[in-house]
Design a protein around this ligand. Structure first.
Ligand SMILES: CC(=O)SCCNC(=O)CCNC(=O)[C@H](O)C(C)(C)COP(=O)(O)OP(=O)(O)OC[C@H]1O[C@@H](n2cnc3c(N)ncnc32)[C@H](O)[C@@H]1OP(=O)(O)O
Ligand SMILES: O=C([O-])CC(=O)C(=O)O
Length: 391
């Protein structure tokens, strides 16, 4: 009787925090019923078409797009912060030598960057210092990632170039040559598309951490950790691995998809907590995937994705259940066609999403409140303690 009464009066439990609104934000808004995403009111399609990643970072951190002078200053400030200390490079080399997985390496390297930050002693309530630290982390992530990749390939890292934008400079540091304009532009768009997405798991993680007034290095390190999982940013690597395995097996993609669904497996790159329809970013990336396929004359990867998508949505009825392609479904084939190693796809997501992490941390800290939900206790009560020898 007592238990029944307790359950009847207990608060509603929101597992996975589904539908729970924990804060207000001006950064991004998603309408999952029609597939709409805006950053500060700007439609993602317009930003992808007309903006550069640096402008989007500025938008997320300052609440408005920069004018020409603000843009020039911001781009210079970002470029000035790209270089990392020798001990960070040494750590990248050590991690590469021990075959560390790139997201784990990135987590370690981001954490280590704080040691050389000139403002480590800044008051954790100082939002301007947090912004400057966030800018430094964002500027340095491509450098540590490219260095790690080069070390594991037996190559020396390259110093960043300050005459290239954030996207082009990363591709340069990774490949050792300046990317062509098409590759640089497509990669820049990919960074724009991944930069923010409301209170997704990794962004919320950064907010929880910084709500204790732990500094932003802790928050971004935690964000990298949360993004790594296969239900979040890790799905982009899984999509490409799946396509390659499918290709190598010689299996008909339609049979593969049907078997996967019949066996209750999740298709990477499908489904989303917020969207019931196709993710608007997936639509944009699908177009780039097709452009790259046309340019190279190899349509295989593009066609695998579109075939799988239409089969899942139409014949197998996933669309009716609100399970549609998310951003990760098409980013894989785009990165693959740009020649980027598969295990860098999720770190590249982090390279972009750090913009949103920093933006949300700053926005939340402006009116900080400790984030501390509760759980409904369902365990035993008044348990008698029995000393160890008597148990
Ligand atoms: C950048 C991003 O983070 S985007 C998401 C990237 N992640 C992926 O692509 C991984 C695959 N997708 C998934 O695992 C899920 O869709 C998630 C984790 C993204 C969202 O999950 P939730 O909102 O919690 O949905 P939930 O787990 O409640 O699933 C609802 C139903 O849809 C099914 N479902 C969800 N995603 C998929 C999928 N990719 N393939 C097949 N079925 C799926 C679930 O099995 C469940 O079915 P059931 O009701 O019969 O048990
Ligand atoms: O919003 C989410 O839950 C997942 C995410 O980060 C994204 O789609 O970009």
């Amino acid at each position: 009787m007592a238990d029944l009464l307790k359950k009847a009066t207990s608060p509603e439990v929101h597992r996975g925090l589904e539908g729970v609104v924990v804060d207000e934000t001006e950064l991004s808004v998603i309408d999952g019923s029609v597939g709409k995403l805006c950053y500060h009111g700007y439609h993602i399609e317009d930003l992808a078409r007309h903006a550069e990643f640096e402008e989007v970072l500025y938008l997320l951190w300052h609440g408005q797009l920069p004018n020409e002078a603000e843009y020039e200053t911001f781009v210079d400030e970002m470029a000035d912060e790209r270089a990392v200390d020798e001990d960070v490079l040494q750590m990248a080399e050590t991690l590469a030598a021990s075959d560390e997985e790139p997201m784990a390496a990135l987590r370690t390297l981001v954490s280590m960057l704080s040691a050389s930050d000139p403002e480590t002693d800044a008051d954790p309530e100082n939002i301007d210092a947090a912004l400057r630290k966030g800018r430094r982390i964002t500027a340095k992530i491509p450098t540590v990632l490219a260095a790690f990749d080069r070390y594991r390939n037996g190559e020396e890292p390259l110093a960043p170039r300050d005459d290239l934008g954030h996207a082009a400079n990363f591709l340069y540091m990774l490949n050792g040559e300046k990317p062509d304009q098409v590759a640089a532009d497509i990669f820049d768009v990919a960074l724009i598309l991944h930069a923010d997405h409301g209170l997704n798991a990794s962004t919320f993680t950064t907010m929880v951490i910084s709500s204790t007034y732990a500094d932003i290095y802790n928050a971004v390190t935690g964000g990298v950790g949360a993004l790594a999982g296969k239900w979040h940013g890790g799905a982009n690597q899984d999509v490409m691995q799946t396509l390659i395995e499918l290709d190598e097996s010689g299996e008909d993609p339609l049979d593969w998809v049907k078997n996967a669904i019949d066996e209750g497996r999740r298709i990477p790159g499908f489904g989303h907590r917020v969207y019931d329809v196709k993710d608007p970013r997936a639509k944009i990336l699908e177009e780039y995937s097709e452009d790259l396929a046309i340019e190279s004359g190899d349509r295989k990867w593009y066609e695998y994705t579109t075939t799988i998508e239409s089969h899942l949505l139409d014949e197998l009825g996933l669309g009716e259940k609100g399970i549609a392609p998310n951003v990760d479904f098409y980013s894989g084939s785009v990165y693959y066609q740009l020649g980027i190693p598969i295990d860098l796809y999720t770190p590249i997501f982090a390279m972009s999403r750090v913009g949103g992490w920093v933006g949300h941390v700053l926005e939340y800290q402006a009116e900080n409140r400790l984030i501390r939900p509760r759980a409904q206790y369902e365990g035993p009560e008044d348990t008698e303690f029995i000393p160890r020898p008597d148990r």
